[in-house]
Design a protein around this ligand. Structure first.
Ligand SMILES: Cc1ncc(COP(=O)(O)O)c(C=O)c1O
Length: 337
């Protein structure tokens, strides 16, 4: 039996183009070779995909996702987007920035208490003009989302609760399937192919890279998770399957095909770790690239640890996807001086 044909990038892009989409992010972000980092680690070639440079409100991975999430939201013609997220959420910051571009009001319901010192993503949320509410628990957050939506309706407005958007997870996977195509094309211009991808992901973005891996082949996806609250193989395969369905792809995915480690979470989600902080300093001091201590620093710590263990050959090509999150360096300012 013949092996199934590898679909062209054009064919995959045509599938993606069947989904409603807005133009919000700066895409085709640079792919930068980190030669000093390679020298410092005595390891393989490392390329950094600069998805911290996606433009709106200091950039990051969510802007790509929001192109699909908000396109779906716009079919309901809302005037207000309401979303419940974490206190220092990068997603919240990028959502407010994207909604500003679309002329929509954003109401954030953040889990946690307003800190005395407003810093990082929360500071940018205020600067962007979001209406910010705080909820002590997730159940309180859910109730507040509903009651704020009722208030908007009572005033004649049209709210959209982004947490209930059916594209929420699939949007991220589609976006990172497309990002993988960009990387493959950028490497092809240098007559190179990737061997490994590393990225901070809880299963949404990484599902997209796994789909690219299955469709095109030739590389492995190593996700590093910033939290240990999920059954990652199950969650990632579930999101990948929903994405396969949304795109009408002829593909299957099994849980044992998912590689995502929780080994670099450290003390817990949202808290810096020694290995992550070391990786943040390493990228800053060798390449002038600013990571963050909560997501990208931990993902980089995973990649660095695997390089130090000698897992790769000198001529292997690793792509490290910088998913943004940079404002967290200001929240955790005492770590750096
Ligand atoms: C900087 C950063 N990197 C990575 C992630 C993980 O993204 P996902 O789980 O959607 O792949 C997030 C999302 O919370 C993030 O803010």
């Amino acid at each position: 039996m013949n092996a199934p044909a590898v679909p062209s990038h054009q064919a995959i892009r045509e599938r993606i183009a069947t989904l409603p989409r807005l133009d919000i992010a700066l895409k085709n972000t640079p792919l930068e070779e980190a030669r000093n980092l390679t020298r410092e680690l005595g390891g393989p070639r490392i390329f950094v995909k600069r998805d911290d440079l996606t433009g709106v409100a200091l950039g990051g991975n969510k802007l790509r996702n929001l192109e699909f999430r908000l396109a779906y939201a716009m079919t309901e013609e809302p005037d207000t987007v309401i979303v419940g997220l974490d206190l220092q959420s990068n997603s919240a910051r990028q959502t407010v920035g994207a909604c500003n571009k679309l002329g929509l009001k954003t109401i954030l319901v953040l889990e946690g208490r307003k800190p005395n010192n407003v810093q990082g993503n929360l500071l940018v949320d205020y600067l962007l003009g979001a209406e910010v509410h705080f909820a002590a628990t997730q159940s309180e957050q859910r109730l507040l989302l509903e009651s704020l939506a009722d208030d908007v309706r009572a005033q004649g407005g049209r709210p959209h609760i982004l947490n209930d958007n059916p594209m929420f997870d699939v949007a991220s996977a589609v976006a990172y399937l497309e990002m993988t195509l960009e990387v493959l094309e950028q490497l092809a211009q240098r007559e190179l192919k990737p061997n490994y991808f590393y990225m901070s992901s809880s299963g949404k973005g990484s599902a997209g890279i796994i789909l690219a891996q299955k469709l095109i082949g030739g590389f492995a996806m190593h996700a590093v998770c910033a939290t240990d609250e999920f059954d990652l193989p199950r969650r990632t395969a579930g999101i990948a399957r929903k994405t396969i369905e949304a795109l009408g792809l002829d593909l299957t995915i099994e849980e044992d095909e998912v590689v995502n480690t929780e080994a670099f979470v450290g003390r817990g989600y949202g808290l810096p770790s020694d290995a992550g902080d070391e990786a943040v300093r390493l990228f800053a001091r060798t390449e002038g690239i600013i990571l963050d201590p909560i997501y990208t620093g931990k993902a980089a710590a995973g990649m660095v640890a695997h390089i130090r263990e000698g897992r790769f050959a000198q001529d292997d090509v690793i792509v490290f996807v910088h998913t943004g999150g940079t404002p967290a360096i200001f929240t955790w300012n005492e770590l750096w001086h």
